[in-house]
Ligand binder design. Sequence first.
Ligand SMILES: [Zn+2]
Length: 230
Amino acid sequence: MTVCWICREDEANSGEHKWPSSVMRRIPDEWSELVHGRTDGTRFHTQGPNSQNLKQPVLCLRCNNQRTQRQDRALDAFLRYVLDHEEEVWTTRRVPLNFLPEHSVFDLYRAFLKLEFSRFHADGVPIAPAVADFVAGGDDWVAANGFVRVQLRAVENFDFLGLTYPWETDAPLFQNPLFITNQIGFGWFSIHYVYAPEVLPELPWPIWDLDVTPLRSCVLTEGLQPVPLL
Ligand SMILES: [Zn+2]
């Protein structure tokens, strides 16, 4: 049986969407093909938002529902905020994280991590227990922060996509020390991850902003690799 990566106890029989279903529902009708993949290089061509390969059975029902409901709601509200303030966010290259009093910034980070680590788990990447415990609602964000960092980005050459089109980069996986980077996109807005399951590599680690975060500008190459701009 495949075990849920969050609780590490129960059977993973609940599908986590690679992009939130609220995002998939906003994809325009003319949307025809989404290319996404795994860290081993396998690529999927998805014809529509209900394709099975967009759902990863990596969580138990409890972890996918009750245990992470607040997190999912915070992410939905955040993406809705960015959509509703698209021009302002694009122009200022800044986005507030503590934007609504009923959502905690930590729930937003938990949701960012749930999105990414569900991909990693489906690809067989080891997940640091500190990260799983934090996503489940634990308070030790500093411990989680020791393994993974998140940076929000504006993808300068994807502005024509608006905020609906989902995409992800191939996740480069570097050995010795092992670290992985990946970027999950919503049109021109994206979430970039650096993850080191064991040893902290010598890298310019992004910090976690807790109030307002600047969006770092980047461009995506034709091979879908993100290149940060100064
Ligand atoms: Zn679970």
